[in-house]
Ligand binder design. Structure first.
Ligand SMILES: [Fe+2]
Ligand SMILES: [Fe+2]
Length: 406
């Protein structure tokens, strides 16, 4: 397996676990005040007060609650639910991990998210016929996948505004920090650390932190990658989550492992999008126009730069961008979103699935455009100073800044 290139933020952010990270420390203090989860080893504070007791099947209880509370998750787990409960209850949770998971519990939705991803990844692995060892590895890695977030400034994680490049570097290093944490502070096999590192990668090499493509990813990473995306949409809107997950993962061919996504699609069929199709037509139109125009301007700006540029680093950056941008534009066109918009405009009673698509597709495309902008912005430091200004129109277009607004 190849190792991933390290992101620039990595060295500054996580050079040592021997020094207390203020964000992790603040979470641990908050969690110790609020109570915690139970560990495979007792954890006591400096006064000898037991914060966590040994060996209680807390995770199995949480998984059971998730299954009971969510028809979608229970449909995904289906006949494997009992097996998933058993594996969750027997996971070897080491004390250092319990400490940070407990900290995550006292800080936003980190802990419930970890359990959700653990359950979804486990359900997908079970559906794909994984044996007991793979299932346990998948669920353990999924439980740990965001443990590196405990070392990230929580203000960046919950930010609703777009992050600056430096802030994004900080956030996007969390898989690497998690990998390091597992390697240095636990006795888990290296495969667990490798899975943690891979959870935001994409099979076509467009993920982070390593831009690693399928052949460089560890076995089983697809379960985490798909489960992470599913958990993201489940948190946002449990009602339309199945359809959202399928749309997000099917938008750009090659990003996700289709063998695993097919299981999500199968479950989604029993959860049709229903209900009132409320649509703020003006906002929907604006979103579609921003994306369509943004893609067009990005393509033109990139082509103009290709004619101007002589510097090798600029060429490399543009050569990487061009096919990704082309694929994204093709994906957007192929969804027919602009066409559907006309249909919805003409119809008083908009079909719920069309409305969902109008809302979701532009958002997904914009997310990917911003991700491309971040990639180009990270390359800028290697360019000659005069070239950096030349790239501004391209960056504005990718970021969806209206023409002439910056
Ligand atoms: Fe993550
Ligand atoms: Fe996550």
């Amino acid at each position: 397996m190849r190792t991933f290139p390290r992101p620039p933020a990595f060295t500054t952010m996580s050079s040592s676990f021997s020094q207390a990270n203020p964000h992790a420390l603040a979470s641990i203090v908050a969690a110790s005040e609020a109570g915690g989860i139970e560990a495979s080893e007792d954890i006591v504070d400096e006064r000898g007060v037991k914060l966590w007791a040994r060996g209680s099947p807390v995770l199995a209880g949480l998984v059971e609650r998730l299954l009971q509370g969510g028809p979608y998750l229970s449909a995904l787990a289906a006949s494997e639910a009992r097996r998933l409960l058993r594996v969750a209850g027997s996971l070897p949770v080491e004390a250092s991990v319990s400490l940070l998971l407990t900290a995550a519990r006292g800080r936003g939705t980190g802990f419930s998210h970890a359990c959700l991803v653990m359950l979804a990844a486990g359900a997908l692995a079970a559906r794909c016929g994984c044996d007991e060892g793979s299932l346990q590895r998948t669920m353990l890695a999924a439980l740990l996948h965001d443990i590196g977030e405990q070392y990230v400034n929580p203000a960046y994680l919950s930010s609703r505004r777009e992050l600056t490049l430096d802030e994004w570097r900080h956030v996007s290093a969390h898989p690497r920090v998690g990998e390091l944490f597992v390697s240095m502070n636990t006795r888990y096999p290296q495969r667990i650390a490798a899975l943690v590192l891979a959870h935001h990668e994409r099979f076509d090499g467009t993920g982070y932190p390593g831009r690693a493509s399928a052949s460089a990813l560890p076995d089983g990473s697809g379960f985490l990658i798909v489960a992470e995306t599913m958990a993201g949409v489940l948190n946002n809107d449990p009602v339309s989550a199945p359809a959202r997950a399928v749309l997000a993962m099917g938008l750009v061919f090659g990003e996700y492992p289709m063998g695993i996504v097919n299981h999500v699609v199968r479950v989604q069929r029993s959860f049709p999008v229903e209900g009132a199709a409320d649509l703020d037509r003006e906002t929907a139109r604006e979103r579609v126009v921003i994306v369509r125009e943004g893609l067009r301007r990005s393509r033109q700006a990139a082509q103009a730069l290709e004619d101007l540029t002589e510097h090798e680093a600029e060429r490399r950056s543009l050569a990487r961008l061009a096919p990704l941008l082309g694929r994204l534009e093709a994906a957007f066109v192929s969804t027919g979103t602009a066409h559907y918009f006309d249909l919805v405009e003409q119809s008083a009673d908009a079909d719920a699935e069309l409305v969902l698509q109008l809302e979701l597709v532009p958002r997904e495309v914009r997310w990917r455009m911003r991700s491309l902008a971040r990639d180009v912005a990270q390359d800028l430091v290697q360019f000659p100073v005069e070239a950096q200004a030349r790239f501004e129109p391209l960056l504005d277009a990718l970021r969806g800044v209206p023409a002439g607004a910056s």
